[in-house]
Design a protein around this ligand. Structure first.
Ligand code: AGP
Length: 361
C-alpha cells in the first residue's frame, strides 16, 4: 500500500497514522504467534484445563467481535458448545449457565476494561474455571484468571484496535485446535493453513487500488450497510465499528439473510452495501445482491474470497478457499478501507473524538 510520512517504524517505512502502521504489522504478528505457540511437531504450547465441556466467551468492543467470530469456530471445528456475550450484558444476567467443566474465556486487549473485569469477578465468585486472552501481561485480568494466553501483538497504541484483534482471533483458533488435538484428531492441516496466513495477508496489499476506490466510493454515502453470514457477520460488525470510530459515520452491520427481513428497506440509490462473500454463502449472496440491486439500486461493493464472483460494482478479491484465512483477510480489508476512508474524510484515526484506549468506570 502507498504510505505517507508521519509515523515511522524500525524498517524506516512511513505510515499516515499509527492505526495504519499497526494494520500493516499483522502478518508479522501472526507469524510470531505461530512460532511462539506451535512447534514443528504440531504441538500447541498453551495451557488448558484437562477437561472442558462448555465454553463461554465474554468481551467488549472489538474483543467481543473476536468472541463472536471464534464461538462458531469452536462449535464447528472443536465440537464443543460455545456461547458469547458482551461483558456489559453479562453483568446484568441474573443466571449463568455453568457445567462441571465450563471454561469462561475473557478477551481483552488491555486486560483492564471495567465491564470485562466486572464480568470476570462475577463468574469467579461462582467458582468457575476462567481464562483470559489478553495483550497485557500482568494486567488485572491476567492476574485474576486461572489460565492465561498472552496475545502478544506488541503494544497497540491505536484506539481503533486492529493487530490486537487479529492476535486474539489467532489465539482463539489455537485454543480450539488444542481441544481438537486433545480429542485425538489430526490438526496438522489446520496449522499448515494458519502458517500460510502471513503470506496471504501480505497478498491482500495487491488489492490496494480497489481498496482505495472502495473507500473513495464510501466517502460519498452516509447510509452504509455491511453484510456477512455466520463468522463474517461479526467481521461485518468489526468493519462497521472501525468506520464508526475513525470516520464518525453511522454504519450498520447485518447478517445477510436477516437483512432481507425488513432491514433492506433502508436502501435506495443514495446508499451503499458492502457484502462479504465466501465459498459457503456465495450463491445465496449473489442471488440476494441481484434482488437488492433490482429493488433498491444501491452501490454494491463486494469483498470476496471467491475469485469468480462479480456481484458488485466493485469487487475486491481476497482469494482463498479456507475460511480460517478468509476471516482474517476480510477483516484486514475492512480495516484498510476504514483507515483510507478516515484519511479521505480528513479525520485523524489516531485521535477519535471522545474515545480512550481503555474504557474504565
Ligand atoms: C476497538 O477498536 C475499540 N477501541 C474498543 O471497542 C475496544 O475493543 C473495547 O473497549 C475493549 O477493549 P479491551 O479489548 O481492551 O477490553
Amino acid at each position: 500500500m502507498e504510505t505517507k510520512k508521519t509515523e515511522q517504524n524500525n524498517n524506516q517505512e512511513h505510515y499516515c497514522s499509527i492505526m495504519q502502521k499497526e494494520i500493516f504489522e499483522q502478518p508479522g504478528v501472526v507469524k510470531y504467534l505461530l512460532e511462539k505457540y506451535t512447534d514443528e511437531k504440531d504441538s500447541i504450547n498453551i495451557e488448558l484445563p484437562s477437561k472442558i465441556d462448555n465454553i463461554v466467551i465474554v468481551a467488549s468492543g472489538s474483543s467481543y467481535n473476536c468472541a463472536a467470530i471464534a464461538a462458531p469456530l469452536f462449535i464447528e471445528y472443536a465440537d464443543i458448545p460455545c456461547e458469547y456475550e458482551y461483558s456489559s450484558e453479562f453483568i446484568l444476567q441474573k443466571k449463568h449457565f455453568i457445567t462441571p467443566d465450563s471454561l469462561y474465556i475473557f478477551v481483552s486487549q488491555s486486560g483492564e476494561t471495567s465491564d470485562t473485569l466486572n464480568a470476570l469477578s462475577a463468574i469467579k465468585a461462582e467458582g468457575v474455571k476462567t481464562m483470559c486472552i489478553t495483550n497485557a501481561k500482568n494486567s488485572t485480568m491476567w492476574n485474576l484468571c486461572d489460565y492465561r494466553i498472552l496475545s502478544d501483538a506488541g503494544e497497540e497504541k491505536s484506539i481503533a484496535s486492529t493487530k490486537a484483534l487479529t492476535a486474539q482471533i489467532l489465539c482463539s483458533i489455537l485454543v480450539l485446535l488444542k481441544i481438537k488435538a486433545h480429542k485425538g484428531e489430526d490438526i496438522s492441516g489446520y496449522l499448515n493453513t494458519m502458517r500460510r496466513l502471513p503470506a496471504y495477508l501480505e497478498r491482500i496489499k495487491n488489492e490496494e487500488q480497489k481498496i482505495k476506490s472502495a473507500a473513495k466510493e464510501l466517502s460519498n454515502y452516509s447510509n452504509i450497510s455491511i453484510l456477512g453470514n455466520k463468522n463474517y457477520y461479526p467481521v461485518a460488525k468489526e468493519g462497521a465499528l472501525k468506520i464508526k470510530e475513525t470516520c464518525y459515520l453511522n454504519v450498520m452491520a447485518y447478517p445477510f439473510g436477516e437483512f432481507m427481513h425488513g432491514h433492506v428497506a433502508v436502501l435506495n440509490q443514495k446508499s451503499v452495501v458492502v457484502a462479504i462473500i465466501d465459498e459457503e454463502n456465495a450463491q445465496f449472496a449473489v442471488r440476494n445482491l441481484q434482488k437488492i440491486r433490482n429493488d433498491y439500486s444501491p452501490k454494491i461493493i463486494c469483498i470476496t474470497s471467491v475469485q469468480d464472483v462479480k456481484a458488485g460494482d466493485l469487487n475486491i478479491y481476497i482469494k482463498t478457499k479456507r475460511k480460517l484465512k478468509a476471516i482474517f483477510g476480510s477483516l484486514l480489508t475492512l480495516q484498510l478501507i476504514a483507515c483510507e476512508l478516515a484519511s479521505i474524510l480528513k479525520r485523524n484515526p489516531d485521535q477519535p473524538k471522545g474515545l480512550k484506549k481503555v474504557v474504565k468506570d
